[in-house]
Design a protein around this ligand. Structure first.
Ligand code: PXP
Length: 258
């Protein structure tokens, strides 16, 4: 399990102070059973900053999986930092989070060049892709060691079915779908993830999955043996607010009671 701690930096950047300290998140994740730390150095630096990557790399007792876009400056930074692995992800400035996998067909030259550059720095590369057979084959052809299957679409359908939905613009139309239609879309999305994972493994690729996984839907991924790594962020950090809020309020109450 890779724990994505970007979301702690999102909260910190809302105030631009060093609270919550990302290194505390690192220590807690490392001490609590995480197998990997995942962070995303975005071009717009909306959460993780360059100094965070350096500090996390210096202090982590676990492998660091650094997500990054196919951008010249970012790739140079990543090549110098030498994380345990780089995961190439698509990035749009206006997006709220990574939406959809890398388009490995349209950008095959750019991706191939990025993989070569990272390999020159002895950094293994994972590609964050949609769960299709074609994307598995192209990822292998481009020279990646690993794929991370984008589970966002599965997670959205799961949320709609269980009506704990994100009120995202994209989802509203589908919300009107009858339950049986959502159920069949969920089954189809699980079949796609399973088939992609099996095919990737057959091609000799390592297989991870991530995006939108939470305490309710993650068990579906545990049924797919070929997936050996899950990267999870939002749901863990969101839950930690409530598992820690009572203590935080009590402690401040104690300090403010005469
Ligand atoms: N994997 C990748 C490649 C991602 O971009 C993200 C989101 O930053 C995640 C996993 C984690 O997604 P979530 O925060 O929805 O758990």
């Amino acid at each position: 399990m890779g724990v994505n701690i970007d979301h702690v930096a999102v909260l910190r950047e809302a105030r631009r102070v060093n609270d919550p300290d990302i290194l505390n998140a690192l220590y807690v994740a490392c001490a609590s059973g995480a197998d990997q730390i995942t962070i995303h150095l975005r071009e717009d630096r909306r959460h993780i900053q360059d100094i965070d990557v350096k500090n996390i790399m210096n202090h982590s007792t676990l492998p660091v999986n650094l997500e990054c876009a196919i951008d010249k400056d970012i790739l140079n930074i990543v090549s110098n930092l030498k994380p345990h692995r780089a995961t190439l992800v698509p990035e749009k400035r206006e997006e709220v989070t990574t939406e959809g996998g890398l388009d490995v067909f349209t950008y095959e030259d750019e991706i191939s060049y990025a993989i070569e550059q990272l390999h020159d720095s002895i950094i293994p590369v994972s590609l964050f892709v949609d769960p299709t057979i074609e994307a598995m084959e192209k990822s292998k052809e481009l020279g990646a060691e690993m794929v991370e299957l984008h589970t966002g679409s599965f997670a959205n359908i799961f949320a709609m079915l269980n009506s704990s939905l994100s009120h995202s613009k994209h989802s509203i139309k589908e919300l009107e779908l009858p339950r049986y239609e959502l159920q069949s879309r969920l089954e189809k999305s699980l079949e796609d993830i399973t088939a992609a994972a099996k095919h990737a493994k057959k091609l000799g690729l390592e297989v991870a999955a991530g995006h939108g996984l939470n305490y309710h839907n993650v068990s579906h991924m545990m049924g797919i043996d070929e997936i050996t790594e899950l990267n999870i962020g939002q749901s863990i950090i969101a839950r930690s607010v409530f598992s820690g809020l009572a203590d935080a309020v009590k402690e401040m109450k104690r300090l403010t009671t005469r």
